[in-house]
Design a protein. Structure first.
Length: 242
């Protein structure tokens, strides 16, 4: 059985950087600490480094104190050329962490936290969220990290909506329009919106009618938690495009 090689996201590499064999790259002190003290790696052991600019490289640990690794070989990479915009009303931090991790694994490219009428959690720790997105990308072989925005009020988000696709809104009161019926396989962009615990208010449901880009869909007869609904939607979209 081949040994698992840990992956590390290179946070600061200029977009015009060209990596060649034997080049020296720098991890963060936290990453090197994890490699040496948690994973018990040593000088000469293999790691992988990646980001959108340099793609992915197999490296070996070169200098522990200076947090340096040496490039060995470039690894072929492939990612779907699909934009998946995930919009969700803020929920409890623990469940939000789960949501962020799983939609990253499923290919989310853009994440927009929303504050709606029944939203109980009004804030999100963006730096902590970014750490979760990086960690999830490291684990699932992505080379890109989803972009996450500061929370937006629902009306502001709808008024400024600029994506070239319908916004699929999960509505537990529907039972006749499924997500599968709303997916067009040749599209390059998809967006969906998940409500908070308690769903959207009656006032918000009326407001939705004013926006022609909104398409309401059903996720079945059961009432799903927000993170479950997000996972279900992202999964169906991802699988349908394979």
């Amino acid at each position: 059985m081949s040994k698992h090689i840990p992956r590390f996201f290179l946070k600061t590499v200029p977009s015009n950087t060209i990596i060649n064999k034997d080049d020296i790259l720098q991890l963060s002190p936290q990453q090197m600490h994890h490699a040496i003290n948690v994973l018990r790696l040593k000088i000469g052991d293999s790691v992988k480094v990646f980001n959108e600019n340099i793609c992915e490289w197999k490296c070996v640990i070169y200098d522990v104190k200076k947090c340096l690794v040496q490039a060995v070989s470039k690894i072929p990479t492939f990612e779907e050329n699909i934009q998946l915009i995930v919009c969700f009303s803020l929920i409890h931090p623990n469940r939000m962490s789960f949501l962020l991790e799983k939609v990253t694994e499923l290919g989310a490219t853009c994440i927009i936290p929303i504050i709606s009428q029944y939203t109980q959690q009004k804030t999100i720790n963006i730096e902590r969220a970014k750490q979760i997105l990086v960690s999830a990308s490291e684990q699932c072989n992505r080379i890109t990290i989803p972009k996450i925005y500061e929370p937006q009020k629902l009306i502001e988000f709808l008024n400024n909506y600029s994506y070239e696709c319908n916004l699929l809104v999960a509505d537990e009161t529907l039972n006749n329009t499924s997500i599968e019926q709303s997916i067009i396989s040749d599209r390059k962009q998809y967006a969906f919106l998940i409500g908070p615990e308690g769903g959207f208010s009656d006032e918000e449901r009326i407001i939705f009618r004013k926006y022609p880009f909104i398409k309401k869909i059903s996720l079945g007869k059961n009432i799903l938690r927000s993170e479950t609904a997000a996972l279900a939607l992202a999964s169906v979209i991802t699988v349908s495009l394979k």
